[in-house]
Design a protein around this ligand. Structure first.
Ligand code: GDP
Length: 273
């Protein structure tokens, strides 16, 4: 059996007919699979199979019918071993919006000179708890070359979650980050736009694979540019899942919303302007 899918994080018994979604473009999904010769495929979902099932997102493992001549068909969404989701603010019902799936570690990035706060961290952890993935959260205080982070680190102590002080610019803290970035493991990076998510992934990749904001140099006043989600293989063999900025997704930008966890608990989110 080909090792390819295992390298992409699959640890099931048989990888034949299984693939991982590395990007989604409307109805089309770019898949990594063990099938030769390319080891990848372009696929659409089989509509009858997905009538009552959520569509795959980047990071998902799926079952599919390979067509070497053309379009392959996704027939099944495989169970997610982790996920982060929230209530879709645009739906009136209780529809969940999936933010990231199948990650081993969830990096929650906040800029030391920007939006880092205990309130923000608390909301994020409530969201992670509702998605049953709190134990996977690691806080990244980014842009530590711009400001001292000691005060925030002290403030965050009570949350009982790892807090790393980093700078993608100087390389500060990257050793600690790399401990969570291991072969065959997936890290998801979430956080508001401009906090330095793409810069971090670029630093881990050691090259410019993803456009960082063509923003006011290294001033800390980043604007948002990341628009699509992509699962990227890093040179060390780990995968990074970049996600859109949370503000765009509405997590922190709303007046308040309720989120029902899988375990039945309800979390009320409020933002202060
Ligand atoms: P994203 O929207 O979260 O992906 O943020 P980007 O990676 O695009 O970065 C936003 C802005 O912050 C850009 O101008 C980056 O150059 C800048 N930036 C990112 N990381 C650092 C850092 O560690 N230190 C400093 N000073 N600036 C950074």
């Amino acid at each position: 059996m080909s090792e390819r899918l295992k390298e992409w994080g699959y640890d099931g018994p048989e990888s034949e007919g299984v693939a991982r979604v590395v990007s989604a473009h409307g109805d089309y999904f770019h898949l990594i699979c063990s099938e030769k010769p390319e080891g990848e495929a372009l696929a659409r979902t089989k509509s009858s199979a997905f009538r009552d099932m959520p569509k795959p997102v980047t990071g998902d493992f799926v079952r599919f019918k390979y067509n070497p001549q053309g379009e392959s068909r996704i027939t099944e969404l495989l169970p997610r071993f982790s996920f982060l989701e929230r209530l879709d603010p645009s739906s009136s019902g209780m529809k969940a919006q999936t933010l990231a799936v199948n990650f081993d570690t969830l990096f929650f990035a906040m800029a030391v000179n920007g939006n880092a706060s205990a309130a923000r961290l608390e909301r994020m952890l409530a969201l992670a708890e509702a998605s049953e993935c709190r134990s996977r959260v690691v806080v990244l205080l980014t842009k530590c070359d711009l400001e001292d982070a000691k005060g925030l680190v002290e403030e965050f102590k009570s949350f009982d979650v790892p807090v790393l002080e980093i700078s993608s610019l100087t390389g500060q803290g990257m050793e600690a980050v790399r401990e969570f970035v291991q072969p065959r493991r997936t890290v998801a990076v979430v956080g508001s736009s401009g906090v330095g998510k793409s810069s971090l992934v670029n630093a881990l990749a050691g090259e410019e694979w993803m456009a960082t904001g063509e923003i006011q140099e290294w001033s800390g006043k980043g604007r948002h540019t990341t628009t699509s989600r992509e699962l990227v293989m890093l040179p060390c063999g780990a995968m990074a899942l970049d996600t859109p900025g949370l503000r765009e997704l509405g997590i922190f930008g709303m007046d308040g919303f309720e989120l029902k966890g899988r375990l039945g608990g309800t979390h009320r989110f409020r933002t202060k302007g």
